[in-house]
Design a protein around this ligand. Structure first.
Ligand SMILES: Nc1ncnc2c1ncn2[C@@H]1O[C@H](COP(=O)(O)OP(=O)(O)OP(=O)(O)O)[C@@H](O)[C@H]1O
Ligand SMILES: [Mg+2]
Length: 392
């Protein structure tokens, strides 16, 4: 953070509540609790906010987790770089975009914008604190995200974009880093319209490539300086969801740099190549979102959301079929085993019976060696039976 840093005299330990003296400590340094030895970060006063620690640095400034001391609630505060705010057009531009973003944030999938203002010569924007990180973080952690999760995410984010579009607002910078999750895991869009402000202040904020970072998610028409409309946001959402499904962005990093993509968008790498088990309906939705010509993308958010629902339904139907097949297979398997066992028992029974029958003669024969056989041809008591006698 630029400018003077006002550190509170003391804080209470976040673990045991004991007071910690902050005399001589520096902003955002680490301090140990004298009672329980837990480590805390030294917070900094900024207007009526207490900045707790930095959540990250972006193209326009730094975002902090903070406490709004007036309203006594946690917020995320984006403090813009002084250099950016010195542009005379900027504050007006920023205020207009912040107002538009605040209007769009009534939707459950758009992060709420609370306030914007200026303090210590720096502009700031306060917004809903999204404590579970970004889609970018989630992709980094998991690699590829499950297809169902991505389709459900698509439905929610498209809903947020649709509600903003109904108010005449485009996002212009949909990417995995601008979709954040709140403490309940609900995905929300952040930074509505801010890229527009940023683009208009390029001259003071630095070269576009440095600000934009990677061009993977930017619609081809925007790269070529043609007018954007809601279909450009649909393209960016398609590239974002592609990244979540495939675990990598839709373009090859070797060919996809801003300079080359301004002239010709390389063909998107086929989703099936990276996600071979993906359902055809999902692949089709993403491919249509990524059509180079906006006219070949979805004609409305309603149509897009409908396509997401259909892909989700076919995915679920497939899963259900799969769940039915498994017990059937089990049943077939069990019946098979029983049939084999039964046949074995019958076969053993037949063999035993056959042996018994074969031996029966012997037994009888031996039995007939009994001295009292009246049919004995010899009539000789104690003499062995003849062969004929045995089979009779
Ligand atoms: N409302 C928020 N709640 C919690 N974290 C946030 C919030 N807004 C932004 N962040 C986090 O702060 C960091 C910086 O965000 P910032 O928007 O400035 O940069 P970025 O999204 O990385 O790039 P860009 O400047 O292109 O938007 C990111 O890690 C982001 O996840
Ligand atoms: Mg951002």
């Amino acid at each position: 953070m630029e400018g003077p840093r006002k550190i509170p005299e003391s804080i209470n330990c976040h673990q045991c509540g004991a007071p910690i003296d902050l005399t001589g400590q520096s902003a955002f340094g680490h301090v140990e609790c004298p009672r329980c030895e837990a480590i805390s970060v030294v917070p900094v006063h900024y207007g009526h906010f207490l900045l707790l620690y930095a959540l990250g640095i972006g193209g326009m400034g730094t975002v902090y987790k903070a406490v709004d001391l007036q309203l006594n609630r946690y917020v995320a505060i984006k403090i813009l770089r002084k250099k950016v705010a010195n542009n005379p057009m900027f504050v007006e531009d920023f205020a207009r975009e912040a107002r538009a973003a605040a209007a769009a944030s009534s939707h459950p999938n758009v992060a709420q914008v609370y306030a914007f203002g200026e303090c210590e010569g720096q502009c700031y924007l306060t917004m809903e604190l999204m404590s579970r990180g970004s889609l970018d973080d989630r992709i980094t952690k998991l690699g590829k995200l499950p297809e169902q999760e991505v389709l459900e995410l698509g439905i929610q984010i498209a809903g947020g974009l649709q509600s903003a579009h109904a108010r005449g607002l485009l996002h212009r910078d949909i990417k995995p880093g601008n979709i954040l999750f709140n403490s309940e895991g609900v995905p929300k869009i952040v930074d509505f319209g801010l890229s527009q402000v940023r683009n208009r202040t390029n001259s003071v904020a630095g070269p576009p490539a440095a600000i934009w970072g990677t061009p993977y998610y930017i619609a081809p028409e925007k790269l070529r300086g043609k007018p954007e409309d809601f279909r450009s946001d649909i393209y960016s959402l398609g590239a974002t969801l592609y990244h979540a499904l495939a675990g990598r962005p839709p373009f090859d990093a070797r060919t996809a740099n801003l300079a080359t993509m301004k002239h010709a968008t390389p063909p998107a790498v086929l989703l099936h190549g990276y996600a071979p088990t993906m359902h055809e309906s999902t692949v089709r939705v993403i491919a249509r979102m990524l059509a180079k010509d906006p006219a070949n993308r979805f004609e409305s958010y309603d149509a897009l959301i409908q396509a997401f629902h259909e892909a989700l339904a076919s995915l679920k139907a497939d899963e259900e079929t799969h769940t039915i097949v498994v017990p059937r297979r089990k049943r077939v398997f069990t019946v098979g085993i029983l049939v084999v066992l039964a046949s074995l028992i019958v076969a053993i029974g037949i063999v035993v019976l056959a042996l018994a029958v074969a031996n029966r003669g012997k037994v009888f024969g031996i039995g007939r060696t009994a001295p009292s056989t009246p049919t004995s041809s010899s009539g000789d008591a104690g003499a062995p039976l003849s062969g004929t006698d045995r089979v009779r």
